[in-house]
Design a protein around this ligand. Structure first.
Ligand SMILES: [Fe+2]
Ligand SMILES: [Fe+2]
Length: 435
C-alpha cells in the first residue's frame, strides 16, 4: 500500500510539473516574429540622411535595413545597415488591458545618401523582413516642391472615447487622402506633423497611430518622410522611444527642435512648445535665423501651440510665451509662414507685425485637423479678417514652393479646397535688420 501511494505521489508530481511547463511557455516560443510600422523620418539634412524606424514583435538579435537605389533590392548586393537604437516599448497596465501586443522599436540612420534619389528598402528583424518600400531624398539643387502640413491626429470617428481608439474614421480618411495626393503629385516630398499624434504617447495609442500611418503609403509603396513636432500629448516615454531623431533627441525629450534644409534655399524650422521657449531653444532659433535666413528664400516654421490661437484662450501662458520669445525673431528675420496646431480648427490669420494686422506681416496657418474632433473657433479675434479663414473643419495644408512664390492650400477631408492663397519669397537682407 505504501509503495502504491508513493508511486501515485511521484506520478502526480511529474504530471503537475508537466502541466506547469505547458501553461507557462516562454514568450518567444509563442510569439510569431513580425516586422511592422515602417516609417521614414527627416531631420536636418534630408538630401543625404534619413532615419528608418520600425516595430517588431520580438527584439531579435539582428536588426537592420537593406537598401539600394534599384527597385528589386537584391539581398546580396544591397547595402546592409544595422539599427542604431532598439528596445522594448514601455507598456503600462492600461496598454495590456487594451490588448495591444508587446513590441520593440528599432531605428537605423542612413547617411551619405544621394540627393533626389529613390531609395528602396526593407527593414528586418532576424530573418523576418518587411516588403520593399521606397522614399525619395531631398534635392541638392533648386526645384519646385511641396510638403504636407497638419497636426492633431488623435481620436476621430463618431463616438470617440478617451482612449481614442474608436473608430478613427477621420484619421484614416485623411491618411488615405495623403497617399492619394502623393500619388497624384510627385513633387510632395514630406509630411510635417505638427504634434498631438494620439491621446498619449503610450503604446495603446501609438500602436494604432502607426497602424493608421501605413495608410499614407502610396500604391507603389512610397513612404512620405515625416518631419516630427512634439505636442502636449507627447509627454510619455513612448514618444522618445518611437520617434527617435538621432542626436537631436538622444535620451532627451526636450530637444525636439532643429532645422530641416529641404532644398538649398528652402528650410523648415521645427520648434518644441513643450519645453522652455526661452533658454537654449531661443538661442538655437536666433542662431539658425541669423546663420541661415539670408541664404534661404523660404524659411517656414512649425511648432505645436499657437501664437495666435483660433480656439483657446489668447492669454494662456504658453501662447503668450510663443509671442513673447519667438514672434519677435520671426518678425525680425521675416519668416515665410508659421505652421501651428493644437486648437482643433482650421485657421489662417491676417498678416501680423508688431501685434497688429499689417500687410508686411507674417501669416499663421493651421491649428490641427488630421482626425481629432473639431472645436468651434472664435472668428471675432483681432487677427482674423476678410482674408482669413477660421472654421471648424478637418483639413491638411499643402505648401507648394516655387522660386519666388508659394501656394498654400487647405484641403478638406474630401480633398476639397477650403482655402488657398499665395505668399511671396522675401529674400532676407542682413543690412535691413534694425538692431
Ligand atoms: Fe495640443
Ligand atoms: Fe490636440
Amino acid at each position: 500500500m505504501k509503495i502504491q501511494s508513493k508511486f501515485i505521489l511521484v506520478f502526480c508530481c511529474l504530471l503537475s510539473l508537466y502541466s506547469c511547463k505547458k501553461e507557462k511557455p516562454s514568450q518567444s516560443d509563442d510569439i510569431k516574429l513580425q516586422v511592422m510600422h515602417p516609417r521614414v523620418i527627416w531631420t536636418e539634412k534630408p538630401s543625404e540622411h534619413a532615419i528608418i524606424s520600425w516595430t517588431s514583435t520580438l527584439l531579435g538579435k539582428d536588426n537592420y535595413v537593406l537598401y539600394d537605389t534599384v527597385a528589386n533590392l537584391n539581398n546580396d548586393s544591397a547595402f546592409k545597415l544595422n539599427s542604431s537604437k532598439d528596445g522594448k516599448i514601455f507598456m503600462r497596465k492600461m496598454d495590456y488591458d487594451e490588448g495591444v501586443p508587446e513590441a520593440f522599436y528599432h531605428h537605423a540612420e542612413l547617411n551619405n545618401l544621394k540627393p533626389s534619389t529613390t531609395y528602396y528598402f526593407k527593414n528586418c528583424t532576424d530573418n523576418s523582413c518587411s516588403e520593399i518600400y521606397n522614399f525619395i531624398t531631398a534635392p541638392d539643387k533648386e526645384q519646385p516642391y511641396a510638403f504636407i502640413s497638419g497636426g492633431d491626429s488623435r481620436l476621430g470617428g463618431e463616438k470617440p472615447r478617451f482612449a481614442g481608439r474608436t473608430p478613427l474614421v477621420e484619421r484614416k480618411k485623411i491618411n488615405k487622402m495623403i497617399a492619394k495626393m502623393t500619388e497624384e503629385d510627385a513633387s510632395i516630398m514630406a509630411f510635417a506633423h505638427g504634434g498631438d499624434y494620439c491621446t498619449t504617447a503610450d503604446w495603446r495609442h501609438l500602436y494604432y497611430w502607426f497602424e493608421d500611418h501605413a495608410l499614407t503609403i502610396t500604391k507603389d509603396n512610397r513612404i512620405l518622410p515625416l518631419i516630427i513636432t512634439r505636442g502636449n500629448h507627447e509627454h510619455e516615454i513612448g514618444f522618445l522611444e518611437n520617434f527617435w531623431l538621432g542626436e537631436i533627441s538622444n535620451e532627451y525629450s526636450d530637444g525636439y527642435f532643429f532645422m530641416t534644409q529641404i532644398t538649398p534655399s528652402s528650410a523648415l524650422i521645427t520648434l518644441n512648445t513643450e519645453t522652455s521657449m526661452a533658454g537654449d531653444q531661443l538661442e538655437f532659433l536666433e542662431e539658425v535665423l541669423e546663420g541661415h535666413r539670408a541664404k534661404n528664400n523660404w524659411m517656414f516654421v512649425q511648432y505645436h501651440k499657437p501664437a495666435y490661437p483660433a480656439v483657446k484662450d489668447y492669454d494662456s501662458e504658453d501662447f503668450y510665451h510663443v509671442r513673447k520669445y519667438w514672434v519677435p525673431l520671426f518678425e525680425k528675420y521675416k519668416i515665410s509662414l508659421a505652421l501651428e496646431s493644437d486648437g482643433h480648427a482650421l485657421k489662417k490669420t491676417m498678416p501680423i507685425l508688431n501685434g497688429k494686422v499689417d500687410k508686411n506681416g507674417i501669416i499663421y496657418v493651421g491649428e490641427g485637423g488630421l482626425g481629432v474632433p473639431q472645436r468651434d473657433p472664435d472668428p471675432s479675434r483681432w487677427y482674423f479678417g476678410k482674408e482669413s479663414i477660421v472654421e471648424s473643419k478637418h483639413h491638411l495644408w499643402k505648401v507648394s514652393v516655387y522660386d519666388s512664390i508659394a501656394n498654400v492650400t487647405a484641403f478638406g477631408i474630401e480633398q476639397d479646397t477650403l482655402h488657398t492663397f499665395n505668399i511671396h519669397a522675401k529674400p532676407f537682407l542682413v543690412e535691413s535688420i534694425d538692431n
